[in-house]
Write a protein that binds this ligand. Structure first.
Ligand code: PLP
Length: 364
């Protein structure tokens, strides 16, 4: 087995010993009182994370399952969904809308940028009626964050459409007050800023969506949201939950709330600023323009001549620091550093030192 390294990926991220140990809890009946107490506690803390009084649920699936759930529960054949597309995950989201029989109205920008709010307004006004806006908050593939969640949510609602935010790589590092902003569905993953192991998707669901689902059954069983809410009301999940991950999530959410969401967000602000500053000192250029730089995923161009695979291998095996490469058009040209969850000054300094020394070893 590989030795535990410093995981500076944009997910999964480092998990505390306390959370890892929680997974050793006993196997219990998921239709019994002990699980009900565990799941009710998880749901209550999840509400605090999303800042909602409304419905929340946890799926035994990675983040993609959460996105599929949102799309398949809201989109019916022929529905139009507006999707800002500015990287790999928003591209996948638009494709998922099409797989569900919908029409994805893509509002695009170059990768590394974000479609502007004016572009969205223009597309929406031209379109007229549409069913939902699906917005990836933080494009993990490019290290770019959309800076207008609240405004985009209002835009969708003003057009009678649902506002859905994929906050898989941001919630917990950013605050998204779901009720205050009127977000209909927000999705995150256990393995990012929540700092639990991978394998769970967390979702919030507005009253409007709950009402809509009553009159419009979905074509998916595993991801049928109304079924999760019905079971959730009695502390259960419809299907067998990934129990050890629920123990871990419970502990990770406790850790998060002990720190306080506002403090955690502020820590992500500070740590990402340190990473950007450190990379700038090494004359490394971020992919994202300043006003849309992500606080949770820092993507940077390599200096010319540095081989991505060799660089990251040296970083992992000589320095014990694991970072990610680029996606699509950025493959081989860009590396990405996660700034999520447990991130602290020690992790940041170790990572910057390791990047600096490895760049030097590669002649830069
Ligand atoms: C913004 C975004 N959406 C969706 C996903 C897919 O999540 P998962 O890999 O957990 O299925 C990711 C994963 O990195 C992501 O960052």
């Amino acid at each position: 087995m590989d030795k535990q390294k410093l995981i500076m990926l944009p997910g999964p991220t480092n998990v505390s010993d306390r959370v890892m140990r929680a997974m050793l809890g006993p196997i219990i009946n998921h239709r019994g009182d002990a699980f009900r107490e565990l799941y009710r506690g998880v749901l209550e803390k999840t509400r605090q994370l999303f800042q909602t009084e409304g419905a929340v649920l946890v799926l035994s699936s990675s983040g993609t399952g959460g996105v599929e759930a949102a799309v398949w529960n809201l989109i019916r054949p022929g529905d139009v969904a507006v999707v800002p597309v500015f990287g790999e995950f928003s591209t996948r989201l638009a494709e998922t809308v099409e797989l569900a029989g919908g029409r994805a109205l893509r509002v695009t920008s170059d990768f590394g940028k974000v479609p502007t709010l004016d572009q969205l307004r223009e597309a929406v006004d031209k379109q007229g009626r549409f069913k939902a806006l699906f917005l990836v908050h933080n494009e993990t593939s490019t290290g770019v964050a959309a800076p207008y969640l609240e405004e985009a949510t209002r835009l969708a609602r003003d057009h009678g459409a649902f506002a859905v935010i994929d906050a898989i790589s941001s919630l917990g590092g950013y605050a998204i007050p779901v009720d205050r902003w009127g977000v209909d569905m927000c999705i995150t993953g256990s393995q990012k800023c929540v700092a639990a192991p991978p394998g769970l998707a967390l979702l919030s669901v507005s009253d409007r969506v709950v009402e809509f689902l009553k009159g419009s059954p979905t074509k998916t069983r595993y991801f049928e949201i109304s079924r999760y809410l019905e079971y959730g009301a009695r502390g259960e999940t419809p299907f067998t939950p990934a129990l050890p991950l629920f123990y871990a999530l419970d502990e990770a959410l406790k850790e998060l709330l002990e720190e306080g969401l506002a403090n955690r967000v502020e820590r992500h602000d500070r740590m990402s600023a340190l990473i950007y500053e450190g990379l700038a000192r090494m004359k490394l250029r971020p992919v994202a323009e300043k006003d849309v730089r992500s606080k949770t995923v820092i993507a940077s161009y390599y200096p010319s001549g540095v081989d991505d695979a060799k660089f990251r291998k040296a970083l992992a095996y000589d320095k014990g620091v694991v970072i990610a490469g680029g996606f699509g058009p950025f493959a081989g040209k860009v590396f990405r550093v996660g700034c999520m969850g447990q991130i602290n000054e020690g992790f940041v300094q170790t990572t910057l030192k390791a990047i600096g020394e490895t760049m030097a070893a590669f002649g830069n």
